[in-house]
Design a binder for this molecule. Structure first.
Ligand SMILES: [Zn+2]
Length: 254
């Protein structure tokens, strides 16, 4: 129809009409392109919002699982006990008390470095699809790119620190004695079992004390890296995502 109008205007040598028709055609094309670009932009914004919302859900999930894991495994308490008994084990003065059941169990468990939950499944997806480039927030993008490598590094580190760790009661049988359980069906010797520690035998055995010092060191770095540092990094990522999504948990919980 436009072509018919243009050719008629040319035939009639109505140049004003010719120009006007061309302007209408070009403006139509430009507006068409612009609308497509706006739609694409809106779609990208919606995609980024979806990504961030999913990332936020996954962060909350992993934080919740970590809290449950910490309550169950209590690595901080084990470390506190391992460090706390050092004067009794290594001190020059004769100890004025025996090790408590909980302290003895902490020593028995000191070779076990269990990796806390730390997976964010969306990280693999962002890497595979390249969608990470859609996220414009620098804090979130750099936190995400680092997070995956750091998770892997933490897992490697914990695996390395666990390498060669063997149970102290196996290597130093004179220092420990597992006693017959009251309920054999419910017996978890290392975690909940009734093990007895012989403090004098431990103090008299240099090899035991050196191994104990080595395990406290490993446990210290294990808690620092896999628990504290990871919690801190997850917290920073969570804060950045909250800010991008306009979420305020404190307000929500009031
Ligand atoms: Zn949040």
């Amino acid at each position: 129809m436009i072509l018919a109008r243009i050719s008629r205007a040319i035939r009639e040598q109505n140049w004003f009409a010719v120009v006007l028709e061309f302007v209408i055609v070009i403006a139509g094309v430009v507006i068409g392109f612009q609308v497509t670009a706006w739609n694409a932009e809106r779609q990208t914004q919606a995609d980024v919002s979806d990504l961030l919302a999913r990332l936020h859900d996954e962060i909350i999930d992993v934080e919740t699982v970590r809290v449950g894991w910490r309550d169950l495994v209590q690595p901080g308490l084990t470390l506190e006990m391992l460090q706390g008994v050092s004067p009794l084990l290594l001190g020059d003065a004769e100890p004025d008390r025996q090790l408590s059941d909980a302290e003895c169990r902490a020593i028995v468990q000191s070779h076990i470095l269990a990796l806390p939950p730390q997976i964010l499944p969306i990280l693999d997806e962002l890497e595979a699809t390249g969608d990470i480039r859609l996220i414009e927030d620098d804090n979130i993008r750099s936190a995400l790119t680092n997070q995956k490598q750091r998770f892997e590094r933490t897992a490697d580190l914990v695996a390395q620190m666990s390498l060669g760790n063997t149970a102290l009661p196996t290597d130093f049988p004179a220092a420990f004695r597992f006693i017959a359980p009251e309920d054999p069906q419910n017996w978890n010797p290392i975690f909940y079992g009734s093990v007895q520690c012989d403090l004098s035998a431990m103090r008299a055995d240099r090899a035991f004390l050196n191994r104990y010092a080595d395990y406290v060191t490993r446990f210290f770095y294990y808690v620092e890296t896999s628990v504290h540092s990871t919690d801190q990094r997850l917290g920073e990522l969570h804060t950045a995502v909250d800010r991008a999504l306009g979420i305020n948990h404190e307000e929500a919980s009031e």
